[in-house]
Ligand binder design. Structure first.
Ligand code: BDP
Length: 636
């Protein structure tokens, strides 16, 4: 009750502030194409990481822009970028509203004559950028980068002020947000309809970078093989009049194994490259080739860009998920980017530790629930042979409120999809694009006892169209991977008909059937068979698990104990081992993580991690090591 009152007061207080309008004059809206290639340092390109201590100021009244804070913050504190703003300074853990970031930098004189860009890795939720007080651009949606060309705003030979205003209000016309009404709208604080803390701010590095005026704008690699020969298809896009180039493929020892000429027709050139005696990329042997595209004017190279890629295929055939034509079973987790104090800010030591822990217990995969992660995570997964279900930040979608909200959410989802695929498409580790997590019917709550929810006719029509279109868009943008969304427990199975593979979250024995675990197992077992029978596709259980308070021990029938969590995970895995059509079991979650405050969230956390938030193993982690490394029996 108390929480609800606070929410009402906060909402009323914020209503008058308004939010950043996308129509704001002078600010160009970020173009997803501009995030295609991560800044790279080589002989033709430069990059400068602006990470460090920035100036920071909250703007609870939303007066900064009219008072000219873009020309200098009146009373700034220090803050680290990247990092969530929530826990770095006092009194702003739950803050919803405007905040301002500011830093200064020289742009190296040697970059003159190049195209200069500014790339923001992730700003949750909405951002506006100024350089030297001049409006540059804006972007909506966190967890994905945006970039602007900034040549016209730069001062050479002098300091430049970079100012970024970030605004993080949670609304029904935002994704993720909070939809009024329905069983999925929560009574938590801050009030959102997703189960992770609404950490905000500049979560990833901000980069300055330069590319030659005539440059490679994008590279798309897709791979295939037959027998011993690998095939890499490269589509290269360029800017400028240069019309020739080259692709060179090198193996791990740096030996050139293949090359092809690029002849541009308009802005695009394509090349098919054969790789003899190919070493396929797999979880056991994550072999990466180095693919370099270059632009050439006569004998002069004007730009080049290098990608590390693996040659591999992924597809579904009948009941099986096939990596390089061989059945693969995903053993892994749903995760979060979440760590004390960092919040959702990039924490690379934690990232490296997580990969180590996944290997330690024999996992081969994870889902980037519930948003795309930092670029470095995918590069590491490519190297370590870990498979990824890449999920865009479309969690908690509903289809029953005002049309205007639903339409806006769809526009945002389309944008996120384009951004995610543009950014991530060249990573061999990514095998599935996940276009949403748990889109839910309004009446879901009363139907999660193993039954199906009755969405009304209009809701059903909108949901199927909305989700079907997202799945198809992903397939059209990238036919080389699978496309799906994660179905909620109790949700209509027919919503998933267009998915290439069935992804489901199930919590029998936790959110239902409490204290009656034999009933929970029966439901889970029965539903797997029914879903498979109805949809005839392989199934990955992308979430299942139980909260366990680390160090709390009891008999295994007592919820919240480590024993209960272990027993539950064990039972689900045993059941999955009896179903040949189950292609993956991903435990929710890898580690405990912060959520908004609510009665079910002890200490403000979801405790379903098999590791604690600081990565200490619970009993369940040891169980997984036993099942997946020490005494392997069956698929899981
Ligand atoms: C699922 C959500 C996930 C939650 C989990 C839970 O996909 O984000 O954290 O349930 O309740 O519904 O633990």
């Amino acid at each position: 009750m108390k929480n609800n009152l606070v929410v009402v007061l906060m909402t009323a207080a914020l209503a008058f502030i308004g939010t950043i309008s996308l129509n704001a004059t002078d600010f160009s809206v970020a173009n997803p194409k501009d995030i295609a290639l991560f800044p790279q340092q080589n002989a033709y390109r430069n990059k400068l990481d602006l990470s460090g201590i920035w100036n920071f100021q909250l703007d609870p009244q939303g007066v900064g822009e009219t008072e000219g804070w873009q020309n200098g913050l009146p009373n700034p504190a220090s803050i680290a970028v990247p990092g969530s703003w929530n826990d770095q300074l006092d009194q702003q853990h739950n803050y919803l509203g405007y905040s301002w970031y500011e830093t200064t930098t020289y742009v190296p004189t040697a970059w003159q004559g190049s195209d200069i860009g500014l790339r923001v890795g992730s700003a949750v939720y909405m951002a506006k950028v100024w350089i030297n007080g001049q409006p540059v651009g804006m972007h909506e949606g966190g967890h994905l980068p945006f970039a602007f060309r900034i040549n016209n705003y730069i001062k050479w030979g002098a300091e430049n002020r970079v100012t970024i205003m970030v605004e993080n209000m949670i609304r029904p016309d935002r994704v993720p947000g909070n939809i009024d009404g329905g069983e999925m709208s929560r009574t938590n604080f801050p009030n959102n309809n997703y189960d992770f803390f609404p950490y905000s701010g500049l979560h990833r590095a901000v980069w300055l970078y330069s590319v030659p005026r005539e440059h490679i704008a994008d590279i798309t690699l897709t791979t295939d093989f037959s027998g011993n020969t690998g095939r890499i298809k490269a589509v290269v896009e360029k800017v400028g009049s240069v019309n020739a180039g080259r692709i060179v493929v090198k193996d791990k020892q740096g030996r050139q194994v293949a090359t092809a000429a690029l002849r541009f027709k308009g802005a695009e050139a394509q090349a098919e490259i054969s790789v003899p005696d190919v070493q396929l990329w797999s979880t056991e042997n994550p072999y990466l080739y180095e693919v370099t595209a270059s632009l050439e004017k006569g004998s002069r190279t004007v730009d080049s860009y290098t990608l590390q890629t693996g040659v591999r295929t992924i597809r579904v055939e009948g009941d099986q998920l096939l990596l390089n034509d061989k059945p693969i079973h995903l053993k892994g987790f749903g995760k979060h980017e979440d760590f004390p104090i960092f919040g959702r800010g990039v924490a690379q030591p934690v990232m490296i530790r997580d990969f180590g822990l996944m290997k330690w217990l024999g996992a081969n995969s994870f889902r980037t629930s519930h948003y795309p992660y930092d670029e470095s995570v995918y590069a590491e997964a490519d190297k370590q042979g870990i498979l990824i279900i890449d999920e865009m930040p479309s969690v908690g979608l509903g289809f029953f409120d005002e049309d205007a909200n639903i339409n806006r959410r769809k526009e945002l989802c389309n944008q996120y999809l384009e951004e995610m695929i543009t950014r991530d498409k060249n990573h061999p580790s990514i095998i599935i694009w996940c276009v949403a997590n748990e889109p839910s019917p309004k009446a879901l709550g009363s139907n999660v006892m193993g039954g199906r929810s009755d969405a009304d006719e209009k809701e059903n029509r909108i949901a199927k169209e909305f989700l079907g279109d997202l799945v198809h868009r992903a397939k059209a943008a990238d036919p080389s991977r699978l496309s799906a969304f994660v179905g909620v427990m109790g949700g209509p199975a027919e919503w998933m008909e267009e998915c290439d593979i069935i992804l489901i979250n199930r919590y029998y024995g936790w959110y239902t059937n409490n204290g009656n675990f034999s009933m929970a197992k029966m439901y889970f077992n029965g539903e797997l068979d029914k879903l498979h029978n109805d949809l005839k596709k392989p199934i990955i259980v992308t979430e299942f698990g139980a909260d366990a308070i680390a160090g709390h021990h009891a008999n295994e029938d007592e919820m919240f104990s480590e024993e209960f969590q272990q027993m539950m995970i064990n039972s689900y895995l045993d059941i999955a081992n009896t179903k040949p059509f189950v292609s993956g079991m991903m435990i929710w979650a890898f580690a405990d993580f912060r959520t908004s405050q609510a009665l079910m969230r002890v200490a403000g956390k979801n405790l379903k991690g098999v590791f604690t938030q600081d990565r200490r193993p619970k009993m369940a982690a040891h169980l997984l090591k036993k099942r997946w490394v020490d005494e392997v029996k069956g698929n899981y």
